[in-house]
Design a protein around this ligand. Structure first.
Ligand SMILES: [Zn+2]
Length: 424
């Protein structure tokens, strides 16, 4: 396979070289950095070679991209998003900032059911178009792999339409997207007003929605919002056990609003991830570590909602593998820039910059079964690369939110200037 181009003489290449399993404890601090190094990318969009710049020896006449003064790292992997939705909830932002609580917002027609109404009335094309513009911004900020959840339908047709929209974006735009059926995101209107019971809805998820998502090949994972005011541990166990039976991997929204047992349930069922984890104790952390569940931290949501931050430091010290993700969604956190959220994981969750980088790349890839493909800079892996306009990766945290992405590649293709490419 011939080499298409070489990112040459970067000040640093963060390879994260090592095993494909999730990193935990001290392993999370090791970025395996090469200095004055180059990365060669083949015609197939794979990494052909990585090493010290003066050892570069590639056949043919590849394009040489001068990367002096730059840092190359694996492109980000966003392991928790709710990107497929219609409408927005910007009005709630102002209500919340002027002191309204969730109940008041809900009473004014806002909250998750507002997104459900908008998403139910949007067709697949509209969902694809809206999501595509969000993903374009995320590509520019350095994310090339996405987990996308449903959860704004709360009935079969819309849940499946959301998942189909995500699959279509993967197909049509050449994106790497893994999908999660989150029908158990909230209770729909007819449960809230007593026309049917919560358990009836749980049965619909187990008997209709999940089997259809699997039958149509639309879902890779299932997720449940197991928390106060949402699904109880018993209800969540029913949904997740059924999902497991259907062959889906498990993810759990756990312990965001209180010590509600979601984290223990994730450990008990061998889930891939337990996400949020604001309220966990030593026993929960031990259970997660023993079961090898990855904790997905979502500090953007804590920031936007003014909530406490999960104790990421304690999770790492307990030996729990940690990932970090945006949680990008229309209500509680519409942040899209995982580079910024990675910085919040340092300031809020008390990760070091190196740990946060591992959390937003390799460890996130592991939770999506993609550790052979993305998350490290090693030969044969996909050339999903982020080139930063700095020689110090700690600038991601130090200058959090600055536009540091100098170039972003997905499978060897530049994806940070798709709009310019479309114009020219
Ligand atoms: Zn979420």
């Amino acid at each position: 396979m011939s080499v298409a181009f070489v990112l040459h003489r970067a000040a640093k290449v963060l390879t994260l070289a090592g095993p494909q399993r999730p990193r935990r404890g001290r392993e999370m601090s090791d970025l395996c950095i090469l200095e004055d190094a180059s990365v060669a990318v083949d015609e197939d969009g794979r990494i052909a070679w990585v090493g010290s710049a003066h050892n570069l020896d590639v056949p043919g006449d590849p394009e040489i991209v001068d990367c002096r003064g730059k840092t190359i790292l694996p492109a980000f992997v966003d392991a928790h998003t709710h990107l497929v939705y219609a409408g927005d909830r910007k009005d709630e932002l102002e209500m919340r900032l002027s002191g309204a609580d969730y109940e008041a917002i809900f009473a004014a027609g806002g909250g998750i059911l507002a997104s459900v109404r908008a998403t139910r009335s949007a067709d697949e094309d509209a969902l694809v178009t809206a999501t595509r513009s969000r993903i374009r911004r995320m590509l520019r900020a350095g994310t090339t792999t996405f987990e996308i959840k449903s959860g704004y339908g709360l009935e079969p047709a819309t849940e499946l339409r959301q998942l189909a929209a995500a699959r279509r974006l993967a197909r049509e735009d050449g994106l790497r997207i893994r999908t999660t059926c989150l029908a158990a995101h909230a209770f729909p209107e007819d449960v809230r007003d007593g026309r049917r019971t919560a358990d009836d809805f749980v049965s619909e998820i187990c008997e209709t929605i999940l089997p259809a998502a699997v039958r149509e090949g639309l879902a890779d994972y299932a997720d449940v919002f197991c928390d106060r005011g949402a699904f109880s541990v018993e209800q969540a166990r029913r949904v997740l056990a059924r999902a497991k039976e259907l062959g889906l991997g498990l993810r759990v929204h756990a312990n965001e609003l209180g010590p509600t047992g979601g984290a223990r349930l994730a450990a008990e069922l061998g889930a891939l991830t337990a996400d949020h984890l604001l309220f966990v104790d030593d026993d929960d952390r031990r259970a997660l570590a023993r079961a090898g569940v990855t904790a997905v931290l979502l500090p953007g949501t804590s920031l936007v909602l003014g909530k406490p931050f999960a104790d990421g430091r304690a999770l790492i010290e307990a030996g729990v593998p940690v990932a970090v993700a945006t949680d990008s969604n229309p209500g509680s956190c519409a942040l899209e820039n995982l580079g910024l959220v990675l910085a919040l994981a340092c300031y809020g969750n008390r990760l070091s910059p190196a740990e946060a980088i591992v959390a937003a790349t390799h460890n996130a890839a592991c939770t999506l079964g993609l550790a052979h493909e993305v998350g490290r800079v090693e030969p044969t892996m996909a050339a999903d690369l982020l080139v930063l306009d700095t020689d110090d990766p700690r600038d991601l945290v130090y200058h959090a939110g600055s536009p540091l992405a100098w170039a972003v590649y997905c499978r060897g293709r530049r994806v940070d200037r798709l709009d310019e490419a479309a114009k020219s």
